[in-house]
Design a protein. Sequence first.
Length: 124
Amino acid sequence: MELLIATAVGALTAAGIYLVLRLRTFPVIIGTSLLSYAVNVFLFASGRLALNAPPVLRDGAERYTDPLPQALVLTAIVISFGMTAVVVMIALGSWLSADDDLVDRPAVSDGDGRHPSLPEGDAR
């Protein structure tokens, strides 16, 4: 079970980092979401992976699951949902005002509308 969870965390992290390094805003948003999912799974797994174990000690319970990582994951899910909603609204506003969704758009251009460091024919 631990190998499966570790593989899932690694795959989510790798896919998230790959998407964050893209030049468009939508893949960056999906990448940050995948990274937050990876952190959530990691936090959840840190509270012991025990099946059919109560989250708190009861009379007669020999093993239990730590409830603190579960509370942290629930809080992180709410925060990441709010963060994603805000970033989507910022990206949508940027796309509507600039007609493209490039992350590192050139800030300086000469008179003909293209950036001096871009190759010929790439006006963006």
